[in-house]
Design a protein around this ligand. Structure first.
Ligand code: ARG
Length: 563
């Protein structure tokens, strides 16, 4: 049992209150001279009808000390608890070393499904830096839910349907120079850009494009084959980026997948009397909720983005029976999701309250960060390449003898970018800057990876240690205690990250461990004469290694053993 729980139980026995509630109130004082945990007694002032200091004194008097706590002391309105440091250290080390790579996780989600939709790129369009937040946040949440035992389902809701594919076909047939599979997405994008330029002078091109999209919808062989080739090419290219990012999807059911699943939804809306027709378009009026109407059929009968999202939400509920369904999509689509969720609610779908738009802010590039040779688009691939190249240069300088330099540069370069994206609350707009993300000393991905590699190096040089006989009594100095606490805080951070759908909670918890480890490393010589002390410090290093590695993994980073 962890300390907070045993303190809460002891307080519950005295006060008759719920242990869970009491546990939530327990604080971690910033300064451990004041104790390792503090209970704010003002919380009980109402029920106990006393001033907080009197309550603190009374509790101190009558409380029997919970397991692992060596002392309780009333200070003002607080009751402070001091952990038995060495018993605590032994507890934490045992737990981490026995759980190994699964440390930080739990089985709280066993048997429950969580849909995590992320990345959701548009086919035949550039995959640019703006796609990174959704991809990185979503993939991290996917890993976090899995670590908590949930059956998470990673869904890429591809933008693979709509008139733009008619435009692509027209452009390709007019100006395409080689078979689609031999092209690159960048070439396709150029064709698409050219289509838009020329269509300004020649509006009839738009009619042609509509006609071609109609052909795709009607299953015309040539049209469908071209569309499929555009899609295959895009997925092949973006697949390489996903591999570099360590991103995996369980489903690529994109917008086209819902083509035959929308009619029943529109029918249901009609039956429930939710549809109105305005200027030929069919929509759900949302004026009672201060929102523009949600249009489900255009005047020509064509379905829209929103229609597909309604069908997708219902399909996911039917197919996965989720306890949560997340949409990791930029805040620009806030209104869209509010509309979709409201329509689902008006249809009587109670489960819509389990759907959440996990939104995030904008990424902009610091002046001069990357040249945008291809118009205004900053291709994600270019960003990753540049990061790996710059990291390679730093490594060549710092560790010229490193084997596997390219693999390490790839892990660290890509990791730096992902970490930079996930280190702050999602909704904050971020400005991307090389000096910030690649700084090996700041609170960056490279610093975390470097600390992990340092732990590995300490353990490698030591040879081995005795896991069965760890004497934690030497781990009571301030630096060791702080490190143990930081390691022990990881599981709660993982849980909280899932509650808030905020990967930064894990990134920050991992960073705490790194900072604490480096302090421990400089304060304490590890390879000392005293075998028991040496063994305990190596065990602590191993626990730090495991916890940092898990933190890195959950955020989406690799953990090279040498750097
Ligand atoms: N493909 C869309 C875009 O790039 C994002 C899709 C978001 N997901 C959804 N279910 N609507 O803007």
């Amino acid at each position: 049992m962890d300390h907070k729980t045993s303190i809460a139980n002891a307080l519950a026995a005295l006060t008759g209150m719920e242990a869970d509630t009491l546990r939530d109130w327990i604080e971690n004082p910033p300064n451990t001279d004041m104790g390792d945990y503090a209970f704010p007694c003002f919380r009980l002032a109402k029920t106990m009808r006393k001033a907080p200091p009197a309550i603190a004194a009374e509790l101190q008097e009558s409380l029997s000390l919970p397991a692992g706590i060596s002392r309780a002391q009333a200070v003002g309105g607080y009751l402070n608890f001091f952990a038995d440091k060495s018993a605590y250290a032994a507890d934490v080390l045992n737990k981490v070393l026995s759980m190994g790579e699964s440390y930080g996780g739990s089985d709280m989600g066993a048997g429950k499904n969580v849909c995590v939709e992320f990345s959701s790129i548009n086919i035949a369009k550039p995959c640019h830096i703006g796609h990174l937040p959704s991809t990185a946040i979503g993939s991290s949440l996917y890993r976090i839910y899995k670590a908590l035992g949930y059956n998470a389902i990673a869904i890429n809701h591809l933008g693979d349907w709509g008139t733009q594919f008619g435009k692509m076909i027209v452009a390709y047939k007019m100006w395409g120079e080689k078979p689609v599979p031999e092209s690159t997405v960048r070439e396709l994008v150029q064709l698409y850009v050219r289509f838009h330029q020329e269509a300004e002078q020649h509006p009839e091109l738009d009619d042609e494009a509509r006609a071609w999209f109609k052909k795709i919808e009607d299953g015309d062989k040539e049209a469908v084959a071209l569309w499929q080739q555009f899609k295959d090419l895009s997925l092949y290219e973006v697949g390489k980026i996903y591999d570099r990012l360590g991103v995996h999807f369980d489903s690529y059911a994109g917008e086209s997948f819902y083509e035959d699943k929308m009619a029943p939804v529109v029918e249901e809306l009609r039956e429930k009397g939710l549809l109105t027709v305005d200027k030929g378009a069919t929509m759900v009026d949302l004026s009672d909720y201060d929102m523009p109407p949600c249009i489900v059929l255009r005047s020509d009968g064509a379905t829209l983005y929103a229609t597909r999202d309604l069908a997708a939400a219902i399909y996911r509920k039917d197919h996965y029976d989720f306890v949560k369904s997340l949409y990791v999509v930029a805040y620009q689509q806030n209104l869209h999701f509010r509309q979709i969720f409201k329509v689902l609610e008006l249809m009587g779908n109670e489960w819509v309250h389990d759907c959440e738009h996990v939104n995030f802010g904008m990424v902009s590039m610091e002046e001069g960060t990357l040249s945008t040779r291809s118009g205004n688009v900053v291709y994600l691939e270019d960003v990753l390449n540049a990061a790996v190249e710059k990291t390679g240069e730093i490594i060549a300088e710092k560790s010229p003898d490193l084997e596997d330099r390219d693999a390490v540069a790839a892990a660290v370069g890509v990791g730096a970018i992902v970490w930079g994206m996930l280190y702050n609350s999602r909704i904050k707009d971020t400005t991307f800057s090389w000096s910030k993300v690649l700084n090996f000393d700041g609170e960056t991905g490279p610093y975390a990876q470097y600390t992990h590699a340092r732990c590995c190096s300490v353990l490698r040089k030591a040879g081995d240690y005795d896991r069965a006989n760890i004497d934690a009594s030497s781990l009571t100095d301030a630096a060791s205690t702080a490190l143990i606490k930081a390691i022990a805080a990881l599981p709660d951070a993982v849980k909280l990250a899932a509650e808030k759908n905020e990967p930064y909670v894990v990134a920050r918890a991992a960073m705490e461990i790194c900072t604490a480890y480096n302090k421990f490393y400089f304060d304490n010589k590890i390879m000392v004469e005293d075998a028991a002390v040496r063994n305990a410090r190596l065990a602590l290093t191993d626990a730090a290694r495991i916890a940092i590695r898990q933190g890195l993994y959950l955020v989406g980073l690799e953990a090279p053993e040498r750097m």
